[in-house]
Design a protein around this ligand. Structure first.
Ligand code: NAD
Length: 493
């Protein structure tokens, strides 16, 4: 059984929980109460070296990459089963560590993590080598040429995750990495390492061999940077912020590592005049305020057609005001705290900047007065009507409950404004007109577009962004491609 509140945690290297080489620790703090939940062993470069060496040995000499796809699939399904058996405890732990509402971690994050392991179990069973046959003259004779393209694992993979959906993010990377026969070193965010450490424990219980999965909690500079730079690492799969992604891409280039980057966003959410207004209001609340806006996909720029702007703005802020800000462990809470006091201050500084730049606050967020919430990093939602798209709050990723509502007159205008950002993760369109839906989807610059929906993605489909929102894609066959390399074997006779 997974414990809800581990007090001391260690690094997971070569199948065992071990102290950090320096003995250093850091604290994991409950963002809802400010209480220290756990003291976490903090990895540094020496631990990175130990973990990469273990992963290298397991890759080069161990059984994992040599097992059949069916055997790896069996282990992944067992792991999924263990996640489901421990679902309540894991969801509670995740909610406590990340401040994410329990109703999200229990109904979505943990089941989705288990789904990922099951999905990649089936995906790898279904992946086949390709064969080609041909005849051509060579060295004076007509030859029969049989060619084979086989998909081999990349090697040792560094998997680096952020704090907003730690277990789900870990499963997105670790499931395809393992399915394809790689070994890995996973560095979870220093703010939310607990569910990933539990995942490491469950990997062992599911039969993942020692050294195949290693988990190194630690700070970005002390553990993440040496992991990316390590010559023993073959590929880096990263999810996190734009500046860190750029730094990782630069560092990985020095040793020619394969890289995938899932970065930030400033996604446009476009409500056309012909939209179903009930769906658009509810969908836009979800697209923006889930997990208090601490979601890469958040539809933070809400463009509303001029013809329905007044009707929309009459309803939308009232609906947002009705969201319950409260203890994330309580099922009645819609919005939990922000991840840290520093992050709340950063978000508040954007609110102050919005006001200073002349945006009208249709709803102004604040720290709740409620005595029970005083010690947490709570902040209620803000809705701005900015003066122009040049406002800082319209341009920058805030990663908190701060939304800009912007009015538009024509489809051509909204496309130009929606695309006028360096990000390109997602976009949302609300319309009843299929032709318009297709035209806008063609014209919007984003990796993912949802029409009349929010994050309706099944696991076969790609996830990721363009421009400064990332490089490459995760999910489905795109993850299988990233974690493998095709080898051509060409036999002439
Ligand atoms: P972050 O970039 O600060 O940290 C992410 C991870 O990188 C952490 O584990 C951190 O310790 C590590 N790290 C930091 N510096 C590093 C370095 N120099 N080398 C290697 N690793 C380093 O991001 P965050 O604050 O944890 O997460 C929020 C960001 O993540 C937002 O920008 C959000 O949009 C983005 N995000 C993107 C997606 C996506 O799929 N596109 C999903 C979730 C979050």
């Amino acid at each position: 059984m997974v414990e809800a509140e581990p007090m001391e945690t260690r690094l997971f290297i070569d199948g065992a929980f071990v102290e950090a080489a320096t003995g250093a620790t850091f604290e994991s703090v409950d963002p809802a109460s400010g209480e220290t939940i756990a003291r976490i062993a903090a990895a540094d470069a020496e631990d990175v070296d130990r973990a990469v060496s273990a992963a290298r040995r397991a890759f080069d000499n161990g059984p994992w990459r040599r097992t059949t796809a069916a055997e790896r699939a069996r282990v992944l399904r067992k792991l999924a089963g263990l996640l489901r058996e421990n679902a309540d405890a894991l969801a509670a732990l995740e909610s406590r560590d990340a401040g994410k509402p329990f109703k999200e971690t229990s109904f979505r994050d943990v089941p989705r993590a288990a789904d990922n392991f099951e999905f990649f179990a089936s995906a790898i069973e279904g992946r086949t080598s390709e064969t080609f046959s041909a005849r051509r003259p060579f060295l004076g004779r007509d030859r029969e040429i049989q060619s084979l393209v086989q998909y081999e694992p990349v090697g040792v993979c560094a998997l680096i995750t952020p704090w907003n959906s730690p277990l789900m993010q870990a499963s997105w990377k670790i499931a395809p990495a393992l399915a394809t026969g790689n070994t890995c070193v996973l560095k979870p965010s220093e703010l939310t390492p607990l569910s990933t450490l539990k995942l490491a424990e469950l990997c062992g219980a599911a039969g993942v061999p020692d050294g195949v999965v290693n988990v190194l909690p630690g700070l970005g500079a002390a553990a993440g940077a040496p992991l990316v730079a390590h010559p023993g690492v073959d590929a880096v799969a990263f999810t996190g912020s734009e500046p860190t992604g750029i730094a990782i891409n630069v560092a990985a280039a020095a040793t020619l590592k394969k890289v995938t980057l899932e970065l930030g966003g400033k996604s446009a959410n476009i409500v056309c005049a012909d939209a179903d207004i009930d769906d658009a209001v509810e969908g836009s609340v979800l697209a923006m305020f889930r997990h208090s806006g601490q979601v890469c996909l958040a539809g933070t720029r809400l463009f509303v057609a001029d013809a329905i702007y007044d009707a929309f703005v009459e309803r939308f802020p009232a609906r947002v005001r009705a969201l319950v800000v409260g203890d994330p462990q309580q099922l009645g809470s819609d919005l939990g705290p922000l991840i840290s006091p520093q992050h709340r201050e950063r978000v508040e500084s954007f609110v102050a900047k919005g006001l200073a730049e002349g945006a009208e606050a249709l709803l102004q967020g604040a720290r709740p007065d409620d005595e029970a919430l005083r010690r947490g990093n709570y902040l209620s939602p803000t809705i701005f009507a900015p003066r122009s798209d040049d406002a800082t709050i319209v341009r920058e990723e805030i990663f908190g409950p701060v939304l800009s509502i912007l009015r538009f007159k024509s489809d051509a205008e909204v496309v130009a404004r929606a695309n006028a950002t360096r990000f390109g993760l997602a976009a949302y369109v609300w319309t009843r007109d299929l032709s318009r839906a297709l035209q806008l989807s063609n014209d919007l610059q984003a990796g993912m577009i949802w029409v009349n929906g929010y994050f309706l993605r099944d696991l076969r489909q790609p996830f990721g962004g363009i421009k400064h929102s990332g490089l490459g894609r995760e999910g489905g066959r795109w993850s299988l491609d990233f974690f493998t390399q095709p080898k051509l074997v060409c036999i002439a006779r």
